[in-house]
Ligand binder design. Structure first.
Ligand code: MN
Length: 399
């Protein structure tokens, strides 16, 4: 039964599977969820789904209808397939959702190119038989944990800016403002055997988990996320988070799923230190040689694509860095960028137009014609002032 919250909102479809017998568990979670199309987009391509003990958020992309279909189908597939209550079982369900999306793109040309992020949280059993929480993620939707007032991002983003941040090329502030921050390096519906990250976390009474699409954290900083997430019931927190994201701009669809551990063990001393390291893995089941070759080719292609995309981005940052003085159609001018240009990042004109090259003395004219690389705009201006002073000191040289 689809559940739609609020009457003025166009909520993402909430899938609630039913008719399955619940396992007897001592860990219980209480969910609250909200979604909004935002102020810019015309449709909501996020999806959210839940059953008792399994919670999923997906952010679809591609095509006219593709994004909506991809996220909804992926969420529905995870809910339908998850039947093995351990971490590997959750990863297998996400993998199954990937096959569903890929099959649809093959049989329905109108949906080709669709894909989706997906993050999920489930109550599962650890290898030692304890009840734990499993988290799985692919793409740039996020899972956060709020424990004892401390907000931690459990999942890692699979995006170009996240890669650049991990490589030390971008600060968190630069990444948050980056125009290409929505470029993903991993998603469902792209390759046959995607790498899916997963974690096991100890549940503790009172902990809250937040699953959300990027429409939330691109509008609210971590401090505000933590504040709103902590206050009121889980449903109130979900409604307020979405409300604030829309108020702050609503540039994208925004979807949140808040769950609180309402029954389970008390937090142990020293448990809080850190979130465990992710296990990132491909499928381990055996495949035929042809299948294997095809998948490896696909993976290699995806890796080459990622590498090229990263190189292009880094080159773009590098190419934009310098300053130089050169000729702009016979005028002395200042440019931003590298004299030769780099790939297709052409230098950009900054200022100039009031000093002709033909007025300069021979060596200066040649130097400017061949471009003079400088450290800053100020240095460029100082040099040009020098050229101007020289021209004014020897008016006879002017042609
Ligand atoms: Mn989004």
């Amino acid at each position: 039964m689809p559940r739609v919250r609020g009457c003025t909102r166009r909520a993402a479809e909430t899938v609630i599977a039913s008719g399955r017998t619940a396992r007897s568990r001592s860990v219980r979670l209480e969910p609250g969820t909200a979604s909004h199309t935002g102020r810019i987009r015309s449709s909501n391509q996020d999806s959210v789904g839940l059953v008792d003990g399994l919670y999923v958020v997906a952010d679809g992309m591609g095509g006219h209808r593709g994004g909506e279909v991809a996220s909804a189908e992926a969420v529905a597939a995870v809910l339908a397939v998850f039947d093995r209550p351990d971490r590997a079982g959750l990863v297998a369900a996400v993998r199954s959702a990937n096959r569903t999306i890929l099959e649809m793109t093959v049989t329905r040309p109108d949906l080709s190119g669709m894909g989706t992020t997906l993050c999920a949280l489930a109550v599962v059993n650890s290898a030692s038989g304890d009840e734990v929480l499993a988290v799985a993620n692919i793409g740039d939707s996020r899972v956060y944990r709020l424990a004892a007032g401390e907000l931690v991002q459990v999942s890692d983003d699979h995006s170009l800016v996240a890669d650049l941040m991990r490589a030390g090329e971008l600060s968190a502030e630069e990444a948050a403002q980056h125009p290409q921050r929505n470029i993903l390096t991993r998603a469902l519906g792209i390759e046959a055997d995607p790498v899916i990250d997963s974690w096991e976390l100890e549940p503790a009474l009172g902990d809250r988990y937040l699953l959300c699409s990027d429409g939330l954290f691109n509008e609210l900083d971590d401090a505000r996320l933590a504040e709103v997430l902590a206050a009121g019931s889980v449903q109130e927190a979900a409604d307020r988070l979405v409300g604030e994201a829309v108020e702050n701009g609503g540039h994208d669809n925004v979807t949140v799923l808040v769950v609180e551990v309402v029954a389970g063990p008390e937090a142990r001393e020293g448990r809080r230190s850190a979130v465990p390291v992710a296990r990132s893995e491909r499928s381990t089941h055996s495949r035929g040689a042809a299948d294997q070759a095809r998948i490896e080719f696909g993976t290699a292609l995806a890796m080459v694509f990622c590498l090229v995309a990263t190189v292009v981005l880094v080159a773009g940052l590098y190419a934009r860095q310098g300053w130089f003085i050169g000729s702009d159609d016979g005028d002395v001018a200042v440019f931003r960028g590298r004299p030769s240009g780099l790939l297709w990042f052409d230098p950009t004109f900054v200022e100039g137009g009031d000093l002709r090259l033909t007025g300069l003395d021979g060596p200066t004219r040649i130097a400017v014609d061949e471009t003079i690389v400088v450290e800053s705009l100020d240095e460029a201006r100082r040099l040009i002032e020098g050229f101007r002073a020289a021209v004014e000191a020897s008016p006879d040289d002017q042609a």
